[in-house]
Design a protein around this ligand. Structure first.
Ligand code: UDP
Length: 331
């Protein structure tokens, strides 16, 4: 299905990789981004950028009046677990009202396809690994809770208005586009792979390993790192799947790697050590988070091309070496 899509947060990390994939297959894309975290330079030529805050409902309605969209892909959100535990109400209010306000505008404009960037954080401390879509949802952070509330709102919008939605519960998005032109550039950066690479390159301080006493083989946390290009591919496949109704999919590689294994991979790819210190656990971190993406694979034919951790780290390394200041658009 090619068409015209509204991508909120399309100048951000995951959003920009999805925009690139849409443009590459010939779709028209309008990006709505307030550029608080996003970067103008992350967008390819030919993409219309509307710089606006999602809370500005009038502006959002104008965007829907100006173009007719086949679907909305919604990435713009507050997304830091730690920050959400310092300011839980802001997370709940902003993520919920912006997301459902956007869905409301879509419904009113007759655009009845919606893809939500959701999160593995809504599973909290999972009872079973790998985590499939039947696992209990029980967030242990306000961030996870805010996304769960959005998913629930979308279910009502389907029942009442026929808004077909796909909630994609991402595990750990990582890596960068193979072109080396776009990649991860957050401020503040809190994610393991960019911090480990920055430590190895000397552009960031030594990494702190958050906890070495977890019940895992080497004592550090295990996560499921999924390449951002594979994640983007999942969005494209899901757009077609929406024709058959609303869905929720877990999106990960299905293989877990520990913090120590990630550091070892960075050392292998970069050919230099990752300076680090061993620290205490980070509150709210489950020991192991690994996805079962069996449903996504079966229902859409998706499969990751970057399954191996070294392949993921290699693309991230290339991006950070070529862009030590990221997109370089911060003061
Ligand atoms: N982590 C770490 N040091 C850091 C950042 C992260 O040890 O400076 C660990 C963190 O505890 C988790 C894993 O790396 O087990 C991935 O964390 P990240 O913040 O990248 O993603 P999350 O799993 O929180 O979504």
């Amino acid at each position: 299905m090619t068409g015209r899509f509204l991508v909120t947060g399309g100048a951000g990390y995951v959003g920009s990789h999805v925009v690139r994939a849409l443009v590459a297959r010939g779709d028209a894309v309008v990006v709505l981004d307030d550029l608080r975290q996003g970067h103008r330079a992350a967008l390819p030529d030919g993409v219309e950028l509307v710089v606006a805050d999602l809370a500005d409902r009038r502006r959002v309605a104008e965007v829907f009046a100006a173009w007719k969209f086949d679907a909305v892909l919604h990435f713009a959100a507050l997304s830091l677990v730690g920050e959400s535990m310092r300011d839980p109400l802001r997370y709940c209010i902003e993520n919920l009202s912006n997301s459902l306000g956007l869905a409301d505008a879509a419904v009113k404009a007759g655009c009845l396809r919606f893809v939500l960037s959701s999160t593995a954080a809504l599973f909290g401390f999972p009872k079973r690994i790998p985590i499939d879509e039947e696992a209990e949802v029980a967030p242990v952070s306000a961030y996870g809770e805010s996304k769960l509330m959005v998913e629930r709102g979308l279910a009502w919008a389907d029942q009442v208005h026929g808004l077909r939605s796909a909630s994609l519960r991402y595990f750990n998005a990582a890596g960068a586009d193979a072109s080396g032109e776009i990649g991860e550039d957050h401020d503040p950066e809190t994610h393991l792979i960019p911090l480990a690479i920055g430590a190895a390159l000397g552009t960031r301080p030594p990494l702190t390993v958050f906890g070495t006493d977890y019940p895992t083989p080497d004592g550090t946390c295990i996560r499921d790192y999924v390449h951002v290009t594979d994640l983007a591919g999942a969005h494209l496949r899901v757009l077609a799947r929406l024709e058959r109704g609303s869905v929720r999919f877990n999106v990960g590689n299905g293989t877990g790697y520990s913090v120590t294994q990630v550091m070892e991979s960075v050392e292998r790819i970069g050919g230099r050590p990752v300076p680090h210190t061993l620290g205490p656990r980070r509150p709210g971190d489950p020991a192991v988070l690994v996805a079962s993406s069996a449903r996504l694979r079966e229902e859409t034919g998706w499969s990751p091309r970057f399954g191996a951790l070294d392949d993921i780290v290699r693309t991230a390394w290339a991006w950070h070496v070529a862009h030590p200041r990221g997109f370089g658009d911060r003061g």
